[in-house]
Design a protein around this ligand. Structure first.
Ligand SMILES: Nc1ncnc2c1ncn2[C@@H]1O[C@H](COP(=O)(O)OP(=O)(O)OP(=O)(O)O)[C@@H](O)[C@H]1O
Ligand SMILES: [Zn+2]
Length: 731
């Protein structure tokens, strides 16, 4: 198969969650189609496909033939387009409210005339009030039908029992019975429900967008001569310098070249405490400069800032759906036909049975009850709650500095029982420093350190880099190493001068046969002490060991304790030796840890924990735990603001270099699932109630649909509560 491609198609009429299923029907299972992500308010569907088997043109043809909707590919700007709410969708939005509002007005006029004719003693449909009432009702139906009929017609052509077709049938049925008032109410309220749905989804999405459009549009470029000039922020390429005045927003990602200030990074990381910045420090577009002025040199192309990339990721995340959401949709797909069958039974069953038994049956009455049941078949309230909840929850977590890359991960986090943590860089600061250099026998510490630093320079391992940094601080001349070869989780070899050296864990040099008895004992003792002892060996035997100490993150112990109170098990995984691991675990108050793990072992442990204790998530840095991150239900990375790897690699990214977002996210995810469940229970409960009342003849048509719209409103309001990040201290 060729590499999957992706295209976005704008589909005319795709602005309501109900329209998703015909398009899904037209594309899913088609040759070459790999995945679909819908964005109803945006009116688009993103298709990932195999370019060897299909292309955007044939995809649009499929949508036209299969779903009867016009579609066209959209060219997407690589950056976040500002105010990207399409002109077309805005017009559609306004005309929808226009039609719904006029329909409501006509309904009100009709109802008022109806009431006055009734109050005047009921001159019937033939008095002038009666005629005004009829005209008002008819206008309300017609205005409602503007939106409804084309969609209903599409349903007929596809032979699909869509909600628009059902509503049209209910309206026609009411008209057939002469119940114009009921018909008008159904038309108006259904239009209202649809408009509200579209608006609430759009509102939730706007919240996402506004929170990410924090970077200013202009920057104050420093001219070579020294003066400054205001230019569009997009025009500042790498290497150019800008001045950020006190109180201004930083326009670009870059490095401070002069000045000192404290910068509020809340917009990206959710941290409310400003960070001190001076020459050499990185600053980010969208953050707010404090009291000092800064000169900043751009380090990245304009569209590539952390905030732009985060925005793109959140945007994609909105299209990804929860498994829960899919099940609701599947349920709605059976629910609707079921209720329709029931409506038919109510219409015909009792009167038929009555006639057979010789009891005079009231066909009209049962037909009316059947129509009420038909209205109950509308899955609006059931279907709308979840996407609004998911998008709102994604928006508020992005605002909290927790980037969740899709509804499915939000759901997964809410269901986790276990969190596995990588040790180095995740539970510890990942900034080890050399505390002891002990040569074997009569060796010289400096020459040993020089060789270790030469190897450390070559690799990307934190321990190696720390050794190299230490050697430079000691003003040692570090030679070059050649033929460097890393053994992830164990150590590395490399040639310095003409000698091949091994550096790494005790296990590594033992297995290479480069240990001896005296050294084995001394290194064994060293391993009982604090920190990590790294051994260095030459072909002739061990040269010595270097002890490095890394401190736990200041917030780690509290975060682990908080996760425990949330009912989650926590486990530390490390490639480090057992005694160091035990010491760190004890310091952090962790009951469970596994040491001496190679990267593949970590993945193995994660899948075992998952099988044994329940759904397991993994928190790591992606350096030597990538397999474990891939294995976990949810992978979490830290420090998205400073590490592009972290930002891209994981399902969930804590933008701040801080673990405190984690318990917050657990609570937030659970809250989201709770809201969704409440909504489903409410919607189904009310449907059942109305259904029972309808069958008993206790509910009018207008009551059924008013209940439906009311439920939709409550469900949406409940879901929009998730836009607020919530009290961090409480569940
Ligand atoms: N490039 C290297 N240079 C020196 N020592 C290494 C190197 N790679 C691995 N080691 C040794 O192997 C051990 C395990 O390495 P690994 O990278 O798996 O774990 P770690 O650095 O302790 O981090 P983590 O806690 O994330 O597993 C280290 O403690 C170190 O002793
Ligand atoms: Zn040994």
């Amino acid at each position: 198969m060729e590499r999957p491609a992706r295209c976005t198609l704008r589909v005319e009429g795709l602005d309501c969650p109900h329209e998703v299923s015909p398009i899904r029907g037209a594309l899913e299972g088609a040759p070459g189609v790999l995945g679909l992500d819908f964005d109803p308010p945006g009116g688009t569907v993103a298709v990932s496909f195999d370019p060897g088997l299909t292309d955007p043109t044939s995809l649009t043809r499929r949508i036209r033939d299969g779903a009867g909707m016009a579609a066209e590919p959209v060219v997407e700007a690589p950056m976040i387009a500002r105010g990207s709410e399409g002109e077309g969708s805005w017009r559609a939005f306004r005309s929808r409210w226009g039609a719904t509002g006029s329909s409501g007005l006509a309904l009100a006029i009709g109802a008022a005339a109806d009431w006055s004719s009734w109050a005047a003693g009921g001159s019937g449909a033939f008095g002038w009030e009666g005629r005004i009432a009829l005209a008002g009702y008819a206008a309300a139906v017609a205005l409602g039908a503007v939106e409804l009929l084309p969609k209903a017609w599409r349903g007929v052509r596809q032979r699909r029992l869509g909600i628009h077709l059902l509503m049209t049938l209910a309206i026609l049925g009411a008209i057939a019975l002469g119940e114009w008032g009921e018909a008008a109410t159904v038309a108006f309220l259904f239009g209202l429900a649809e408009a509200l749905e579209a608006q609430s989804l759009a509102r939730a999405r706007r919240a996402v967008r506004s929170l990410l459009e924090v970077a200013p549009e202009t920057a104050e470029l420093i001219e070579p001569g020294g003066g400054t000039r205001v230019v569009p922020a997009d025009a500042v390429g790498p290497g150019r310098r800008v001045r950020v005045r006190a109180g201004d927003r930083v326009p670009i990602d870059g490095r401070v070249v002069s000045g000192r200030s404290s910068v509020d990074q809340k917009a990206i990381t959710g941290e409310s405490v400003p960070v001190d910045k001076g020459p050499g420090d990185e600053v980010f577009a969208g953050t707010v400069n404090g009291a000092g002025a800064l000169d900043v040199e751009a380090t990245r192309p304009p569209g590539d800032s952390v905030v732009a990339r985060t925005a793109a990721l959140v945007r994609e995340a909105q299209g990804r759906r929860m498994p829960l959401e899919r099940s609701i949709e599947r349920f709605a797909a059976v629910y609707t036909p079921m209720v329709v069958v029931m409506a038919a039974l109510v219409m015909d069953g009792p009167p038929l049975v009555g006639t057979m038994l010789g009891i005079p049956a009231d066909w009209r009455e049962w037909f009316l009850r059947g129509l009420v049941v038909l209205v109950v078949a509308c899955p609006c309230a059931l279907v709308i709650g979840t996407p609004v909840a998911v998008v709102s929850a994604l928006a508020s977590s992005a605002r909290r500095g927790v980037l969740v890359k899709g509804g499915q991960f939000l759901e997964a986090v809410g269901r986790l029982r276990v969190f596995a943590f990588d040790k180095t860089g995740t539970l510890t600061r990942g900034e080890p420093s050399v505390v002891e250099v002990v040569p074997a026998a009569e060796g010289c510490p400096d020459s040993m350190l020089r060789v270790a630093a030469a190897l450390g320079d070559r690799g990307g391992h934190v321990l190696g880099r720390a050794i190299a940094r230490h050697a430079r601080e000691m003003a040692l001349a570090v030679p070059d190493a050649e033929d460097y070869l890393a053994q992830p989780g164990l150590g590395a070899t490399g040639t310095v001068g003409a000698t091949r050296y091994h550096i790494g864990s005790h296990r590594y040099i033992d297995e290479a046969g480069l240990c001896d008895d005296a050294f084995h004992a001394s290194l064994g003792d060293a391993e009982l002490g604090p920190g990590t002892a790294v051994a260095l060996s030459a072909p002739g035997g061990p040269l010595g060991w270097i002890r490095l100490a890394d401190r736990p993150r200041p917030e780690a112990a509290a975060v682990l304790a908080e996760l425990a109170t949330l009912g989650l098990r926590t486990v530390m995984l490390t490639g480090d030796n057992p005694s160091t691991a035990a010491a760190t675990a004890a310091e952090l108050g962790l009951a469970d840890h596994r040491a001496g793990l190679l990267p593949a072992d970590k993945a193995e442990v994660v899948s075992r924990l998952d099988a044994l204790l329940g759904p397991t998530g993994m928190v790591g840095d992606g350096v030597n735990d990538a397999p474990a991150l891939a294995e976990a239900r949810v992978s979490v990375a830290l420090g998205g603001i400073s590490s592009a790897v972290a930002l891209e690699a994981a399902d969930v990214v804590l933008m701040a270099d801080d673990l405190r977002g984690l318990p917050w996210l657990v609570r937030h995810s659970r809250r989201t699932l709770r809201v969704i469940r409440q909504n489903i229970a409410l919607a189904i409960g009310l449907k059942l109630l109305v259904l029972a009342l309808a069958v008993l003849g206790l509910a009018d048509l207008w009551m059924a649909i008013a209940a439906d719209v009311g439920t939709t409103l409550v469900v949406v309001a409940n879901a929009l509560r998730l836009l607020r990040p919530g009290d961090p201290g409480r569940p």
